[in-house]
Design a protein around this ligand. Structure first.
Ligand code: GLN
Length: 613
């Protein structure tokens, strides 16, 4: 029988069972109300940046957040007052001293860091709001974003702490004395005592950690709790100072930014991966949860989770697949001679389908691989559909790649970034002297391939400048020489200047056009006199065929993109002759057209399926 829960859930259950037996430490007693905690309480929770929640033990037992609140308040103060003002009042150096140490910089009176009481009390003063109530309201709102629910304060713990917090009061007066706190200390202390008395449970802490791990966005509600550039600032002080005078050893052994509180909670963050929380009220002499430390150490060593233990990117992990347009051409159906030309020309279009989150090092791999591949190619298509996130460092390198290939006369096309607005905006802002169409204009690889192929064929046609004869037209497949000749005599040859309309939407449709030379755009007129191009047809293909079946009107404008030569076949002339030869011509033509239409329909069905996924 397969045990319940997935592998990670089972792992946490086992961890819970093993460490429940660890019965060392004491429940905090300096705040009288905290002695009421049950020493047996024990919970472990892990929330991933995808929002998966794993939990074992007493993960829904409420307790007071205590010092873990310092990390959240610090982020809020940075947001409200700005990094320079906050640094002016509170330093970021580990103190190596106990959490309630009066650790102030000689001369300035600046607390060593925001994770000890002195720094945390000073940080409260940096939250926006004129009154204690306003500051508290901002704080509670912030918790709502981190936790996706409203939080309350444990009144008993708050009163208990307020009536016994003389040491914190002394610290606040010293801060007032050196002007680190510029206003009434009582109000600041009141907010501080309340922030420490906010009720959370173990799952909440893991979710808070996951929010920090997820660049400041709550992975369950998708609400942003902290602006992106401030996330590493908060994690830095957690990393260097979050576990009081055990911080150095914690980083060494566990290697995840973390924060503990005397209520028994420990919140750890593995950036980009998950938030982890342990709750167990029995503390060691430094005020850290005994089981909390032990369980985190075990998880970290079992899975090799130390933040400085980095994996290595390889070409295969970044470039999911690579190919050229000769190996995988676009889905567009083309005349036989174009298909033949593309079977070698296609090698000049290189496609990298990328996978995974792109960071500096993975982008570096793309850049160096691309530079190598582009020696013998003209077009590079980079597909980001499977790359959900593109970090700033990766964007910088990609911009440099686009620029240098552009200078070498090569064209880069980026696909699959339609939903990555920030990245597209950044590229648009930083790329210069490169045309943004096609760089950002193709929605998927197939469109980009088609665009590159059209370019290659156009250049190719310009160099050979021969016509695609009737025999090689898509709709003449399978025609005998006699049938071809019979068809040609009833067709009219027509030349169009660049920009000329071959036909207009709404005109009565009485003929079909075969393109011998050049290419045309199929445009549907949109509002405000804009034209929407729905496709492009090149020599060897035909248009107007639908009217053969429905005798309707033209459904789009057909515009010559350059000099164009067509053969026009009037339906009336096709019907006029009742000889067996003409019967065969009609049959072959209708069969080829039907084949073309069914191919188009299949492709559309495929696209609709992709779009609805
Ligand atoms: N409220 C507690 C105090 O100031 C917070 C300390 C802690 O959790 N380490 O003493």
């Amino acid at each position: 029988m397969i045990p319940e829960g997935n592998a990670l859930q089972q792992y946490l259950n086992t961890l819970y069972r093993d460490y429940a037996a660890l019965d060392e430490g004491e429940v905090a007693s300096y705040i009288p109300e905290l002695t009421k905690a049950d020493p047996a309480w024990f919970g472990i929770a892990l929330v991933t940046v995808d929002g998966h929640v794993y939990q074992s033990g007493d993960t829904r037992q409420a307790f007071t957040i205590q010092s873990i609140s310092k990390a959240i308040t610090y982020g809020l103060a940075l947001d409200d007052s700005g990094i320079p003002s906050v640094l002016g009042k509170v330093d970021v150096e580990p103190s190596g001293e106990a959490f309630n140490e009066i650790s102030l910089e000689p001369g300035t009176g600046r607390p060593r860091n925001p994770m000890i009481n002195a720094g945390a009390i000073a940080t409260v003063a940096l939250i926006a709001g004129d009154t204690a109530d306003e500051k508290l309201a901002r704080m509670l709102k912030t918790y709502e974003r981190y936790l996706g629910r409203q939080v309350t304060i444990d009144e008993e713990v708050y009163r208990s702490e307020k009536s016994t917090g003389h040491r914190n009061r002394a610290i606040a007066y010293l801060l007032r004395n050196s002007n680190i706190i510029e206003k009434d200390t009582d109000e600041i202390l009141d907010v501080y005592f309340k922030q420490c008395s906010i009720l959370v449970d173990c799952r909440d802490l893991a979710l808070m950690g996951a929010t920090l791990a997820n660049d400041g966005v709550n992975p369950i509600t998708s609400v942003r709790a902290l602006t992106s550039p401030l996330v590493p600032k908060v994690l830095s002080v957690m990393n260097s100072c979050g576990m009081y005078d055990y911080s150095g050893a914690w980083v060494y052994e566990v290697g995840m930014p973390a924060k503990s509180g005397v209520g028994g909670g420990v919140m750890a963050v593995l950036p980009g991966q998950f938030g982890l929380a342990v709750f167990s009220p029995k503390l060691d002499v430094r005020g850290n949860s005994v089981r909390g430390i032990a369980a985190c150490k075990k998880i970290s060593s079992d899975f090799g989770l130390h933040v400085l233990q980095t994996g290595r990117m390889t070409t295969t992990s970044v470039i999911h697949v690579r190919y050229n347009a000769a190996q995988i051409p676009s889905k567009r159906s083309r005349a036989a001679i174009q298909t033949r030309a593309l079977s070698t020309l296609g090698e000049r279009v290189v496609v990298f389908e990328l996978a995974g989150d792109l960071v500096f090092s993975s982008a570096e791999i793309i850049v160096s691989e691309a530079m190598g591949a582009m020696d013998t190619a003209d077009f590079l298509i980079l597909d980001f559909r499977r790359a959900p996130r593109i970090a700033q460092g990766a964007v910088c390198l990609l911009v440099a790649l686009i620029q240098s290939l552009g200078q070498g006369g090569k064209t880069v096309l980026l696909t699959g970034i339609a939903d990555k607005f920030d990245v597209a905006r950044e590229i648009r802002r930083r790329v210069t002297a490169v045309e943004l169409e096609p760089l950002l204009g193709c929605e998927d690889v197939d469109h980009a391939l088609e665009w590159c192929e059209d370019r290659l064929l156009a250049d190719h046609a310009a160099t050979i400048s021969t016509e695609v004869p009737l025999a090689h037209q898509a709709f003449c497949e399978g025609f005998s020489p006699e049938e071809l000749a019979g068809l040609e005599v009833i067709m009219e040859r027509r030349d169009y200047a660049p920009g000329a309309a071959v036909c207009r939407e709404g005109e009565v449709a009485e003929s079909i056009f075969f393109i011998l030379r050049g290419q045309v755009s199929v445009n549907i007129p949109l509002e405000h006199r804009r034209a929407g191009r729905i496709s492009m047809l090149s020599a060897g293909s035909a248009f107007g065929e639908m009217a053969l079946f429905d005798q309707g009107v033209r459904t789009a404008d057909i515009i010559a993109d350059g000099p164009v030569t067509c053969l026009e076949l009037d339906f009336a002339r096709l019907e006029a002759d009742s000889s067996p030869l003409h019967a065969r011509i009609r049959y072959q033509l209708v069969r080829n057209i039907a084949r073309g239409l069914s191919r188009k329909l299949r492709q559309l069905t495929g696209e609709v399926r992709l779009l609805r996924r």
